[in-house]
Ligand binder design. Structure first.
Ligand code: AMP
Ligand code: MN
Ligand code: MN
Ligand code: MN
Length: 279
């Protein structure tokens, strides 16, 4: 059956989402999603439950993950889709990324302590729903809970983004590693929310050249954080590079998302949807 509402980007409590995988599955189905991927950051732990819940709800399911990389100093996210979740090359690479996250989180705690805000690492750990996956989102939620800022976006704005006191540089995976792990495990690599990166047009094209060169096959065109102008712009780039196009809400939870699961515009009609490479 041709899917009418696919959503290939969202998070559960296995990373920095607010709902467990089975509840995210139910919400996706209730919103009319018929082809769904869970794409937690750097962790595959939710996929088995998500798949079982999706099948129960009558949705087709595709394995997903959102991998944190750095390209020429810019942090970028690569979504992997339709891979074998048991492949040791992918799961082993993600294990290393999560260990790196823990070390980074400690340095974030130290950096905040240095400006007179102690105990934040310890508090953020308590907000992490998966003990092996800590994200800036957990720092932000804890810092809101103790009154340091009024909401999560404000914490990011004042403390957790480049140049702000709680932001620390970090070595993520490389582009080659992330796309290589995904492809080795039989999956398809997609650039997540390309409109969110602080890059010139020239750098974006150099990045997409490199992405294609190492085996990347798609980019998100319609996604929670894209304006209609972004959609037009990245649709043009999809045509130029002969990529496939993806669509994903990047849902994290009812209070913390740009859009709800499945509630986003359709892809421009002439683009090849990325699910054609998977099903
Ligand atoms: P990390 O992967 O630890 O660097 O954390 C990045 C996560 O923080 C993203 O996946 C979002 O869930 C969240 N995030 C990033 N920037 C913002 C922002 N400006 N406002 C709210 N949440 C954000
Ligand atoms: Mn996130
Ligand atoms: Mn992302
Ligand atoms: Mn995401």
């Amino acid at each position: 059956m041709t899917p009418v509402n696919f959503d290939f980007h969202c998070h559960s409590t296995v990373s920095d989402g607010l709902l467990p995988p089975e509840i995210v599955a139910k919400r996706a189905a209730d919103n009319g999603v018929d082809l769904w991927a869970l794409t937690d950051h750097d962790d595959l732990g939710g996929l088995a439950i998500a798949r079982a819940s999706a099948e129960e709800a009558g949705m087709e399911f595709v394995n997903g993950v959102e991998i944190s990389i750095e390209w020429k100093g810019v942090p970028i996210h690569i979504v992997g889709l339709g891979f074998d979740a048991a492949h040791p090359v992918l799961s082993g690479g993600l294990d290393e990324l999560r260990i790196g996250r823990l070390e980074r989180a400690k340095r974030m705690g130290d950096a905040l302590a240095a400006i007179g805000i102690p105990g934040i690492y310890e508090g953020a750990v308590c907000f992490a729903t998966n003990p092996s996956l800590i994200s800036r989102a957990h720092f932000a939620r804890y810092m809101v809970s103790i009154g340091i800022a009024r909401d999560v976006p404000s914490v990011f704005q004042y403390y957790l983004t480049p140049g702000k006191p709680g932001y620390v540089d970090h070595r993520w995976a490389t582009l080659e590693e992330a796309v290589g792990w995904i492809n080795t495990a039989g999956g398809v690599a997609v650039v997540a929310h390309p409109g969110r990166y602080k890059m010139s047009g020239g750098d974006m094209r150099r990045f997409l050249d490199d992405f294609k060169e190492v085996g990347g096959q798609g980019i998100e065109v319609t996604c929670g954080s894209h304006s209609p102008d972004h959609v037009m712009h990245f649709a043009r780039l999809v045509r130029h590079y002969a990529f496939h196009a993806s669509r994903g809400s990047d849902f994290h939870g009812p209070q913390e998302s740009y859009v709800d699961l499945g509630k986003l515009p359709q892809l421009p009609e002439d683009l090849k949807p990325v699910w054609r490479l998977i099903r």
